[in-house]
Every structure is written in structure tokens, then in C-alpha cells.
Design a protein around this ligand. Structure first.
Ligand SMILES: [Zn+2]
Length: 274
């Protein structure tokens, strides 16, 4: 059974969901009819605290789970190359070579930075929504002194509620302008990082054991990946033979896209698979 990052990812996504729910609760608790700057500051402080805790939890998750993904890749590589027969045997001899050590360190730093960017963005969006709502409430209350109305009209209140809610729901905008809920974005990010780590660790272990080819896994993909299932690839650009070099496929549109579940199983002799 090839590596799947779903369970690991779920732990992180749960942490994000819980934090977002707590922030949502803080926003719901706001009494908009009598919202003052001091209230706004208190709400913002609670939200900052929730996000600080989330950052710690996320950083610890990365620290624990990126090495796990890499270990799984190394273990599968060892089995695929026939060094030992079972994954459990392989797990007892897994060691990170120099390249994999560097890989794991780099991915940890990278992923922590990416997740921090998510929470920073959430905080910025929510803060800006709270600021906007506060000034609208203050202005409405000021006006009510003039027009004799005691409370803010219902439709204005629900508009303000929507502003607060939207700040959480569409907080993240990616490079191609798509809007994401933070927990969905986080799920894609985590899955992709773990799969890439697993794949790269597999290949690094394979090359260090002088296996220069790999076969792309098959699970009956429906997307463009299907054209690559079961195909032989080169693990280094200079390996002999007319096979696509995996480095040229990576990060492409066709395979190894975000959330791609395809793995690569190393082989020494590609002739046997044609
Ligand atoms: Zn795929």
C-alpha cells in the first residue's frame, strides 16, 4: 500500500478547524449594537491568542510529520530495491542520508513559513473586518442620536455580521487569485508537502543506492496523471535511456500537481518494465 498522507494531514486540518471555530465564536459573541473600540481590542487580543496557539501547534505538527513522510519514502525505497522484504523490516533500518537530512530540514522550514503565512493572513483579514465594523457601528450610533432611532437597523447589523464572517471564510488568496477557506488551503498545502517530501526522500534513497529509474504508481487516476501511471522515469537527468526525467515532470500541470497522490517506486533496470 503506497504512502498516503491523509491521516497525518487530518490532524493539522483539525487544529485549523478548531481554531477557526473559536475565532468564529469570538466574532459571534460581539454585541454589535454597543460595540466600542475597547471591545474591538479585547476581541482582537483573544483572536491573536488563538492564532498564537495554532502557530505553535502547526509548527510542532510540521516538525513531527515531515520526517515521518520522508521515513516512509526511504522505507518504501529500501523494500522496492530488495534490500529487505517488508516495510516493517525496512522501518528498523531507515536512516536519512545527507541529501535527505537537508531535504527534511528545508521542507520543515518551508512548511512552517507557509502555515505561518496562513495564520498571519487570517489575522490581518479579521483585524481589518473588525476595524471596519467598529467604525460603522460608531458612525451608526452617532447618526442615531440625530435621527432619533435607538438601535442600528437589522439589515445593517446582518451586513456587519457578514463582513465579519467573510473575513474568515475567504481569507486566503493564492497566486492564481483563487479564494480559499483557511482550513481547505491548509489541507492542500499539507498533503502536497507530505507527498512531495515522500517522493523526494524515496528518490534520494534510491539514487544513493544506485537505482536511477522509477515507476509511477497507478490507482486509476481520472486527471492528466493517468497518462503517466505505470510509466518509467529517470531519477537523474543523465541516466541512460529515452525516459522522461522526473525533475522535468515535477511541479508541472500534468503530474505531481497539488494533492497528487502518485508515488514513484525505484527500479534498477528499466528494460524489464517495457
Ligand atoms: Zn497524480
Amino acid at each position: 500500500m503506497p504512502y498516503q498522507p491523509d491521516e497525518q494531514t487530518e490532524q493539522l486540518v483539525d487544529a485549523f478547524k478548531r481554531a477557526i471555530q473559536r475565532i468564529q465564536n469570538e466574532l459571534n459573541r460581539i454585541d454589535l449594537t454597543d460595540f466600542q473600540r475597547a471591545n474591538a481590542n479585547a476581541v482582537m487580543a483573544s483572536i491573536s491568542e488563538i492564532l498564537t496557539n495554532l502557530n505553535e501547534e502547526a509548527a510542532a505538527w510540521v516538525e513531527a510529520n515531515v520526517p515521518l513522510a520522508a521515513r516512509a519514502g526511504v522505507a518504501e525505497s529500501i523494500v522496492a530495491l530488495g534490500v529487505v522484504e517488508t516495510l516493517s523490516e525496512a522501518n528498523t533500518i531507515v536512516k536519512f542520508n545527507r541529501v535527505n537530512k537537508a531535504l527534511v530540514e528545508a521542507v520543515i522550514a518551508d512548511t512552517q513559513a507557509d502555515l505561518l503565512a496562513v495564520t498571519t493572513n487570517v489575522e490581518r483579514k479579521v483585524r481589518s473586518a473588525i476595524r471596519q465594523v467598529t467604525s460603522e457601528v460608531l458612525r451608526e450610533n452617532l447618526a442615531s442620536g440625530i435621527n432619533g432611532r435607538k438601535t442600528i437597523r437589522g439589515e445593517i447589523l446582518s451586513g456587519l455580521r457578514k463582513t465579519l464572517g467573510d473575513s474568515l471564510n475567504t481569507g486566503i488568496i493564492d497566486a492564481s487569485g483563487r479564494r480559499w477557506r483557511p482550513e481547505v488551503y491548509t489541507e492542500t498545502l499539507a498533503q502536497t508537502k507530505l507527498m512531495n517530501t515522500h517522493r523526494d526522500a524515496t528518490l534520494n534513497e534510491a539514487v544513493s543506492r544506485e537505482a536511477l529509474y522509477g515507476i509511477i504508481s497507478s490507482h486509476g487516476a481520472k486527471d492528466a496523471c493517468r497518462n503517466y501511471e505505470g510509466r518509467v522515469v529517470k531519477l537523474t537527468a543523465d541516466a541512460p535511456g529515452n525516459y522522461p526525467y522526473i525533475g522535468n515532470l515535477r511541479g508541472g500541470r500534468d503530474i505531481f500537481h497539488p494533492r497528487c497522490k502518485h508515488t514513484v517506486s525505484p527500479i534498477r533496470n528499466p528494460d524489464r518494465y517495457i
